[in-house]
Design a protein around this ligand. Sequence first.
Ligand code: HGY
Ligand code: MN
Ligand code: MN
Length: 421
Amino acid sequence: MTEPARPPEELGALAQRLLDDLALVTDEPGRVTRAYLSPAHGRSIELVGGWMRERGLDARLDAVATLRGRRAADAPGRGRTLLLGSHIDTVVDAGKLDGCLGVAAAILALEEIDRRGERLPFAVEILAFGDEEGVRFPSPLSSSSAATGTYRRDWLVVKDRDGVPLERALRAFGCDPAKIDEAAIDPAGVLGFLELHIEQGPRLEHWGLPLGVVTSIAGQTRMGMTVVGMAGHAGTVPMELRRDAFAGLAEIALTVERIGRQGANDLVATIGRVAVLPGAGNTVPGRVEASLDVRAGVDASRLVALDRIRHEAERIAARRGLTIAFERHVDVPTVAMDGNLQNAFAAAVASLGLDVRRLPSGAGHDAMAMARAFPSAMLFVRSKAGISHNPLEWSDPLDLGLGVEAMIRTILDLAARERAP
Ligand code: HGY
Ligand code: MN
Ligand code: MN
């Protein structure tokens, strides 16, 4: 029995309601923080798994705690599967949309396709990844890496700030690390991976457009920097005799910013986390542990900037009588999105009467891991003032609904092409 198509306004309101409910699932009451394998991650799996099951999807957890909701094909085809989804983990004090929109939109798109009486000649699997951000463990994209058979074994021994190894956290969550290989999806049976995501930047708003097709995802390097000097009494150690690790890091931070500003191809460089040790107000810092995040739309720009940062940081440390050590956590190249799937998204956007603009992504996404094994593409939804990784993150529900409708039309377009001849 078919029902009238729900307009984007209605689809957007439904998406917003799901996102509001999911945002209440947090490790930190009063703000949205949902870390990989945390109690809130567990509760989010229950909530999203319920959304899936209520809509007839077969929902299960894989060996790295990715929630997978599967809808079987209901028309003759070639026996392939279309993958949809995004991540449900968040940064600290996050917004409601980053990642979660892609999962909620995929669930609503399938629900609407069924309501419209449409049949699909391929199975659809919705993936709700638990570790895209890499906030709790330095293992970003680990869940989607498992789905593509590119999981890094060394991730299992990385520790969170409480010293808990990722492997122990997986076991405590009820997952079996010995079965991680089973999480890999055979590319031979996959039509592609589609991800709806907020832009997290200002371009679509500047262009006055609700949607945009992603061309590529910027490569990124994430490192840890440890600067060591000599802790001392803040009242007795003369300035000229100090080996102040924080003052050294501060000079390095301004150098990172200067190199970032001078770079090309959307180069960006960020120190987002700094631990000043021992951390007493009356003690000259003897040790600083900091993060370094460098990205660019062209890999050569990123690699040149990293070399310059490392060289200048070592020179600053030497001049100050400090040591500096770097530890590489992430090194992912710039990834191009699949041309055919980009065009499918573009056709859907155009069918909504919207101008089609294509843009690169400065933010990393699961699609960059999924692209290692499957044709992958992303559709962006406009972000108000380009704000993200911030509780002020917001998109107009109408834009959310247009994103869901564009996803629906893309899936139906792919279905028309996949139907057995
Ligand atoms: O950091 C990123 O680019 C993404 O939000 N994980
Ligand atoms: Mn994010
Ligand atoms: Mn994201």
